[in-house]
Design a protein around this ligand. Structure first.
Ligand code: MYR
Length: 131
């Protein structure tokens, strides 16, 4: 289950990913230490996600398979949806500014939640632990 409070523990290639996203160096340095925490509450196909970081606190509600809008901390707007593939959440989002696709997955392995990101050929991961 994805439910619970998760705190980022480490990241893999996240800096390169942000660079590919066009995020400037100052923001990338700040984002590398964003202390991201997410609280996930799934009820059937509905999710409530609370996001807390040094940048902002926000709450997102979505339903699997239903498109919604989401803005990144730098203001970049995305639209897309999450679906479930077996035990994996799969998100397909498009940037509103250039139409390009950002894909992401979430999977729980042991006591970790692993979120992967792909944008324009660059893959990254952020690994969360329960808190
Ligand atoms: C959620 O389930 O947490 C809300 C929806 C998330 C949508 C897509 C997430 C992509 C985040 C990419 C961060 C990259 C920053 C450069």
């Amino acid at each position: 289950t994805f439910n619970g409070n998760w705190k980022v523990d480490r990241s893999d290639n996240y800096e390169k990913f942000m660079e590919q996203m066009g995020i400037n160096m100052v923001k990338r340095k700040l984002a590398a230490h964003d202390n991201l925490k997410i609280t996930i509450e799934q009820t059937g196909d509905k999710f409530n996600v609370k996001e807390n970081s040094t940048f902002r606190n926000l709450e997102i509600d979505f339903t699997l398979g239903i498109p919604f809008e989401y803005s990144l901390a730098d203001g970049t707007e995305l639209a897309g949806s999450w679906t479930m593939e077996g035990a994996m959440m799969k998100g397909v989002f498009n940037r509103k500014d250039n139409g390009k696709q950002l894909t992401t997955t979430r999977v729980v392995e042991g006591d970790e939640l692993i979120q992967s990101y792909n944008y324009e050929g660059v893959d990254a991961k952020r690994i969360f632990k329960k808190c």
